[in-house]
Design a binder for this molecule. Sequence first.
Ligand code: CA
Length: 529
Amino acid sequence: MLYTLIHEPSRLGLRVLGEFCLRKEKMNYLIFLLSVSATWSLAEQPNILFIFTDDHAPHAIGAYGSNLIQTPHLDRIAKEGMTFERCYVTNSICAPSRAVILSGRHSFHNGQMTNGDVFDGSQMTFPKLLRKSGYETALIGKWHLKSDPTGFDRYEVLYGQGSYYNPRMKKNGKEVKHVGYTTDIITDLSLKWLKQERDPEKPFMLMSQHKAPHGRWEPALRHLGALDEVEIPEPKTLFDDYAGRTSSAREHKMGILEHLGDKRLMLQYSSQFTPEQFKVFDGYFRPRNQAFLAKREAMSKHELTRWHFQRWIRNYLLCTKAVDENVGRLLKYLDESGLAENTVVIYSSDQGFYLGDHGWFDKRWMYELSYRMPLLVRWPGQVEPKSKNRDLTSNLDFAQTFLDLAGAQADPKMQGSSLVPLLKRNKPKDWRKSLYYHYHEGGGHGVARHEGVKTARHKLIHFFDKSEWELFDLKNDPDEMNSVYGKPEYAKVKSKLLQELKRLKKEYEVPAIVYESHKEIQAERNKGG
Ligand code: CA
């Protein structure tokens, strides 16, 4: 507050002082107090910096206990704020997760059920409501929702998935080309907006969103070889045989060895490099690729899996290393500018990811490691440093949280709950005890459509196209290796979870059409315009 008084008097105090002078003759003291209180509350609207990545699993972040890489700048947010240990996505895939965050509504209500859908930008979203409440809003980086962004005073977004080098971006409707490493460029543009382009009279909400560490994993030139001397620990489930689950897990197409493929392993590059960049990038990978190809025939399946894992995970982790460095740049600017004190910094990613766990490299399943999202929040003076939260939370809550931070009203159609009470260690007594999950995009990487319910200890999954069920006891089986569905000793738990699933479907108004084929869903949607 002292900072606001000194540095931003136009947002505080002047109006109060003026009103005081004008009315001092016959001032009603109560009205004055109310005026002070209203102005005070407006002035306290904190800035919101939302740093968001794509496919960044919590177990690749130091604050979540990663043994794979160090992330000092992300860990700083955790040290100075709160780590949410049980934040889950409603539908574990890229574009749908983003649409849930914007709209605060489940995929079947916001219309973005799969990556193939086009986001309906005419619907209510939290940036639109923040603008109404006096915020300046900006979106810089990955968008991935096909339609043009709405609700932002300024946007500059990657086309589609974007590339790791030399990205083409769309800036308020016009194409702009950049040269350099995309993770750095997104931060450069974010800093430029913060320093020079925003309106300093207004509180801001900036979404600074990275492509990284989404495939195909191309590290920055400065990081090539940085993990060559490190043997990354293999996950204990790297050689999972899926024996304890239904046919769904066995029919996956996301195996580190079988499906990652040579292309994705950097034997072919996806970025359009400049000649100078190509010289360094290709100069690093080509001799290593040639050495691998020369011995590939003689390698056993186990050896090949291990080689693929090491090659891939190093590239993935190096992409996150650039993210971490760039988070550090943003935090440094907030410190230097004095903005840190009144800015809520949030770090998250659209879902988790399998980092060789279960032998996989992708997401989509309701199994823990791609279901869980990272969520770190720093809010000076409000959130206790080094605090941890283990309540069930979700990306469905983000929109209402941002609006609550701003003191703005949420849209009545939003389906989550503000996390602000949890941030202030003031958990409502009726906080949710379960979460509803629904994966709509059947087929991608061999993952069948499914829905389910999760509680603090158990998880029930229904692969409804296959009429297969799985039930996991996460206390006894945290790696979800053995479904106990059908085991007599779990009959009571199963019955309770089935009831809870039914209740959640009613609460969230899950329409019957979502269980029909994709073709029928499209026809129904077209009918509705
Ligand atoms: Ca993603």
